[in-house]
Design a protein around this ligand. Structure first.
Ligand code: NOJ
Length: 865
C-alpha cells in the first residue's frame, strides 16, 4: 500500500505534464454544480427485514463503551493485518477485527482461490443464473479465507467514458445491465454469509485525478439530479433492494462535494431515499475530514489512516472519541454508525462460526509480521494456504464461455472442424513469458489478457491459455505467439489463421505501457500493434478469425472489412478458464451466446465530446455530465449514428425466432406518481447522554502497536471539559439534528416499494430455427411517451436467456417490467413519474438494441417486426 500511495502521487505529478489525448474535452467553464446540505443522518433499522439483526445489534451497542464503539467504525491502519482493511475488535462481545478485502472477481493477492471472469464478462452473458452462481462462488471463497466484507461488486464506473480504466470491473455500459448484474451477485455472495460491498458511490468514471494530490483536488463529477437517478444511481438502488450490506463511496467529488462527506449523497439519497440499512465506508484513503464525514453519514473509514498514511494518525479513532466527548458529534450518530455495522454482521450470520482470516494479502510467505505496517510487529503464521476453490472452475468456465460474443461469422467459418489446418498468431494466445502472476495486481499486459489491472484482480491459481486449449483439440495447430507477424511463413489455401489481439486498462495506482489506468495512450485500439498483426495476416491468409480480449469498446475499422477476416469473437476478459471457454465455442461444443455489454463505434469521435478523459495540471477538474442521459447506445440513437456493432449484439451458430408476443398489464399504473410509501418501522433508541470520559482512556498497561489506530485518548477528561463551553464547532450550512420527513420516493429498500410493482409482463416464445443447439437472449427495451419529456429512444429494462434449445425447440419467456422501469425522475416533485395506464409506452423485444423483433403498445396489440 505504501507503494500504492507513492505511485499514485507520482503518477499524478507525471500526468500533469501529459497532453490531453484525442477525444478529450476539458471544460474550463465555472461549473454551477452544487450539492445541497442534507442533515441529520437517518438512522438505520426501520426496514422489517433487518429488524431482528438490528435488535441483536442494539442489545450489544447499548452496553458498549465509547472506545468500543469507535473501534468498530475506524480502520486500524494500512497494513495492520492480512486484509486490505480491518476494523477494531470488541472482544468483550465476541466481535473480531472485521476483514475487508478485494476483489469483485475473487479473493485478491492470495492462493488456492478462483480467478473468476470480471464484471464486464459476466454482463456479456446476460444470464441471471450465472450472475448469481458466480456470486455464490465469490462469497464461498471469501468466507473460506475469512474475509468478512468482499469489496465488490463494482457498478461505478458505469462506462460513461469508453477509455475509463475500470469499466471492466462493472457489468456493462447500461444501468439495467449493471443493476441486474450487481443484484444477482450480491444475493449470491450474501447467501454464503459474506457481506458484499457495492462500489464506488458515485461518479467515479475516470481514473486519472480521482484522488487529490499536492497540486490537484480529485475531480468533481457534476451530475444533474435526473441523470444521477436514471443512470448512475440506478444500479445502487437495485443493490440496496438486494439488501447489500455495505456501500463504498468514491474518491471523487459529486457536484463539488467529496463523496466521503457529501451529505446529500449519503444522508439524503442513499440512506433516506434509497432506505439503505447497511453501512457506508470510504474508499481507501478517501477520508478527508472527521466531523464533516461523520455528520454526512459515513459509518466506517478505511483503512483508517488520515492525511498522512502510515503515520498512525486518523480523522477518526481518537479524534472521533474526542468529537463525542466534546459534544461536537451527537452520540446518536455514533450509535447509528456502530449499530449499522453490527446489524449487517448479524444479518449475514457472521456471529456464528465465521472463519477468521487464514491468508495474507501482503505476502505469500507462511510466516511474517502480523502487522506489517508497524515497524516492530509480532511474527506469526500469516498464510495457511486454505484451498477455497471447490468446483468453482465450472462456473468460471461457464461464465467465460457464455459471454463470448460472436460479432461476425461469414460463410459460417465457425465452428471449426477438429482437423482444420490452424495457424495461431499473437502473444494474447499464450502464457505470460515471465510466469503466471509475474506482475503484481496484473499490472502488465503479457500473454492472454484475463482481467484488467489494479485492486479488482486476484491471482490466477492456474491458467488455461488459448494455446493450451487449442493444442488439446487440434494437435497439429501451429503457434506464432509474437506481436509481429512472422516474416517467413508457408501458407496453404485451406489454412485458417486465428489472430489474438487485446486491449487492457486498470486502476490508476499502476501505469502500464504508458496508460495510467485509463486508456490514454492506447485509446480504443488494440495494444501491441494488434491491428497491424491482423492486417499482416490478411495479406497471407484467405480465412482469418480474430479473437479479442478486451476491457471495453475497441475500434475494429483497420481490418474488419478486409475480405479474409471472416469471423470476429470478443472473448471479453475470461479469467483462469480463458482457453477452455474459448475452445468450447471455437470447435462448436457450444454456440456462442454472449452479447455486447456496450456499443462498438466506427470511431471514437462517434461518442459525445463530454465523455473524453480530462486532465488538468492544477486545481480541480470540473467534469460536467452535459450529455446527461445520453451515454453509449442512448447517444447513438439520439444522434442517429450507426455503430459498427450495437449494444446487445451477438450472433450464434443457430438462429432464433421470437414469436407469439403478448403483453399483459399486471398492476395498473393508476396515477402518474406512485402511491405513498408505507410508514417506516421504528429505529433503535439509545440514551443521548455523552458517555463518561473514562470510556475513552487508555486501558492500563495496554500493549500498543506503533502506528496502529486506537480509539483512546491521553487526556479524555480535558476533551469532555469543553463540552459545555461556548466555543462551538462550525457546523456546515444547513446542519440540523431534527430528522427530515421521509422522502416521498423512499419508504423501502431501494425506494418506494410501489416502484417495483410489476406493471406489465411480456410473454414471448423463442424458437431455435437453425441447425445447431444454442441459447438466445431476449432483450426488452422500453420507449417512453413524449409526454414524459425528453427520454432516450430505447432503454434496456429487462432480459432473459433461454436454456440450450435444440433445433426446432421453443421456450416461453416472461419479461417483467416494473413501474420504475417506465418512469422518469421528476426533479421538481422529487419522485418517479410515469403515465397513467402506461398509455403511450412501447415495449420492444429483440436480440440487440438495433435488432428488435417485437413491438407491443401498452393497452394495444403486439406485433412482430
Ligand atoms: C481502492 C479501490 O478504488 C477500491 O476499489 C478498493 O476496494 C480499495 N482500493 C481497497 O483495495
Amino acid at each position: 500500500m505504501a507503494h500504492w500511495v507513492s505511485l499514485a502521487l507520482l503518477a499524478t505529478v507525471v500526468l500533469c505534464t501529459l497532453a490531453t489525448p484525442t477525444g478529450s474535452h476539458l471544460d474550463t467553464r465555472a461549473s454551477g454544480a452544487f450539492s445541497p446540505p442534507y442533515y441529520p443522518a437517518p438512522n438505520g433499522g426501520w426496514a422489517s427485514n433487518w429488524a431482528e439483526a438490528y435488535q441483536k445489534a442494539h442489545n450489544i451497542v447499548s452496553n458498549m463503551t465509547l472506545a468500543e464503539k469507535v473501534n468498530i467504525t475506524t480502520g486500524t491502519g494500512m497494513f495492520m493485518g492480512p486484509c486490505a482493511g480491518h476494523t477494531g475488535s470488541v472482544t468483550r462481545f465476541g466481535i473480531p477485527n472485521l476483514c475487508l478485502h478485494d476483489s469483485p472477481l475473487g479473493v485478491r493477492n492470495t492462493d488456492h482461490n478462483t480467478a473468476f471472469p470480471p464484471g464486464i464478462t459476466v454482463g456479456a452473458t446476460f444470464d441471471k443464473s450465472l450472475m448469481y452462481e458466480r456470486g455464490v462462488g465469490l462469497g464461498e471463497e471469501a468466507r473460506g479465507k475469512g474475509v468478512n466484507v468482499l469489496l465488490g461488486p463494482a457498478v461505478g464506473p458505469t462506462g460513461r467514458k469508453p477509455r475509463g480504466g475500470r469499466n471492466w470491473e462493472g457489468f456493462g455500459f447500461d444501468p439495467t445491465l449493471q443493476a441486474i448484474g450487481a443484484a444477482e451477485t450480491i444475493k449470491g455472495m450474501q447467501s454464503t454469509g459474506t457481506i458484499a460491498c457495492v462500489k464506488h458511490f458515485v461518479g467515479n468514471e475516470q481514473e486519472m485525478h480521482r484522488m487529490s494530490s499536492v497540486v490537484t483536488q480529485g475531480y468533481s463529477s457534476n451530475i444533474d439530479d435526473r441523470t444521477l437517478h436514471e443512470l448512475y444511481l440506478w444500479p445502487f438502488a437495485e443493490s440496496v433492494r438486494a439488501e447489500v450490506g455495505s456501500v463504498m463511496i468514491a474518491y471523487n467529488d459529486v457536484n463539488k462535494s467529496a463523496c466521503s462527506q457529501n451529505s446529500k449523497l449519503i444522508n439524503g439519497i442513499l440512506k433516506d431515499e434509497l432506505g439503505f440499512q447497511g453501512f457506508v465506508m470510504t474508499d481507501w484513503l478517501a477520508h478527508l475530514g472527521g466531523v464533516s464525514s461523520t455528520l454526512a453519514g459515513l459509518d466506517m473509514d478505511m483503512p483508517g489512516d488520515g492525511a498522512i498514511p502510515l503515520s498512525g494518525a486518523s480523522y477518526w479513532g481518537p479524534e472521533l472519541s474526542r468529537s463525542i466527548l466534546n459534544g461536537t458529534v451527537p452520540v446518536a450518530r455514533l450509535n447509528d454508525m456502530v449499530t449499522r455495522i453490527l446489524a449487517t454482521w448479524f444479518k449475514m450470520g457472521q456471529d456464528e462460526d465465521y472463519p477468521l482470516p487464514n491468508f495474507s494479502g501482503n505476502t505469500a510467505d507462511e510466516t511474517g509480521p502480523i502487522y506489517p505496517g508497524a515497524l516492530i510487529s509480532p511474527i506469526g503464521t500469516v498464510n495457511q494456504y486454505v484451498n477455497v476453490q471447490g468446483n468453482h472452475n465450472i462456473t468460471a468456465r461457464a461464465v467465460a464461455r457464455d459471454a463470448i460474443t460472436l460479432l461476425k461469422n461469414e460463410g459460417d467459418i465457425l465452428p471449426l472442424r477438429r482437423n482444420d489446418s490452424l495457424k495461431i498468431f499473437g502473444t494474447d494466445a499464450g502464457p505470460d513469458p515471465q510466469g503466471l502472476n509475474s506482475c503484481a495486481d496484473k499490472g502488465c499486459n503479457r500473454g492472454v489478457l484475463t482481467m484488467g489491472w489494479g485492486s479488482g484482480t486476484s491471482k490466477l491459481p492456474y491458467l488455461i491459455t488459448p494455446k493450451d486449449a487449442i493444442a488439446e483439440v487440434s494437435p497439429a495447430a501451429e503457434f506464432f505467439l509474437t506481436a509481429k507477424f512472422p516474416p517467413f511463413l508457408n501458407v496453404n489455401d485451406d489454412d485458417i489463421a486465428i489472430v489474438f489481439i487485446n486491449s487492457d486498462s486498470g486502476e490508476n495506482f499502476l501505469t502500464v505501457e504508458g496508460n495510467p489506468g485509463d486508456r490514454t495512450v492506447s485509446g480504443l485500439h488494440a495494444w501491441h500493434n494488434g491491428d497491424d498483426l491482423v492486417k499482416a495476416a490478411a495479406e497471407k491468409f484467405s480465412q482469418i478469425i480474430v479473437i479479442i480480449h478486451t476491457v471495453g469498446p475497441i475500434i475494429l475499422e483497420e481490418w474488419i472489412d478486409l475480405d479474409p477476416v471472416k469471423a470476429v469473437l470478443i472473448a471479453h476478459l475470461p479469467g483462469q478458464e480463458a482457453g477452455h471457454s474459448l475452445t468450447d465455442i471455437l470447435f462448436g461444443d457450444y454456440s456462442p451466446s454472449g452479447h455486447l455489454p456496450y456499443t462498438i463505434p466506427y470511431q471514437e469521435s462517434n461518442y459525445p465530446s463530454s465523455v473524453g478523459l480530462l486532465q488538468q495540471p492544477f486545481g480541480q477538474i470540473q467534469d460536467d455530465y452535459t450529455e446527461n442521459l445520453y451515454i453509449d447506445y442512448r447517444h447513438f440513437l439520439k444522434e442517429d449514428i450507426t455503430p459498427r456493432y450495437p449494444f446487445g449484439h451477438g450472433l450464434s451458430y443457430t438462429t432464433f425466432e421470437l414469436s407469439e408476443p403478448s403483453l399483459s398489464i399486471v398492476t395498473l399504473i393508476e396515477n402518474e406518481y406512485p402511491p405513498s410509501p408505507p410508514a417506516r418501522g421504528p429505529t433503535p433508541s439509545y440514551p443521548s447522554t455523552i458517555p463518561p470520559a473514562s470510556e475513552a482512556a487508555w486501558p492500563p498497561n495496554f500493549p500498543r502497536i506503533w502506528r496502529y489506530i486506537y480509539p483512546y485518548l491521553d487526556n479524555p477528561a480535558k476533551d469532555a471539559a469543553v463540552a459545555n463551553s461556548t466555543k462551538k464547532y462550525p457546523y456546515p450550512e444547513g446542519y440540523s439534528t431534527i430528522p427530515k420527513p421521509p422522502p416521498r420516493a423512499g419508504g423501502g429498500e431501494g425506494g418506494n416499494p410501489a416502484l417495483w410493482d410489476i406493471a406489465f409482463s411480456v410473454d414471448i416464445t423463442v424458437t431455435n430455427t437453425g441447425e445447431r443447439p444454442g441459447r438466445a437472449v431476449a432483450q426488452l427495451y422500453v420507449e417512453l411517451p413524449d409526454s414524459l419529456g425528453d427520454t432516450p429512444k430505447r432503454q434496456l429494462r429487462q432480459f432473459e436467456k433461454t436454456r440450450i434449445l435444440e433445433p426446432g425447440e421453443s421456450e416461453s419467456l416472461a419479461l417483467e417490467v416494473t413501474r420504475k422501469d417506465v418512469s422518469i425522475w421528476d426533479g421538481v416533485v422529487q419522485d418517479w413519474k410515469s403515465v397513467v395506464g402506461g398509455e403511450g409506452v412501447r415495449v420492444y423485444v429483440g436480440e440487440s438494441v438495433l435488432d428488435l423483433r417485437v413491438r407491443c403498445e401498452v393497452g394495444g396489440a403486439c406485433e412482430t417486426l
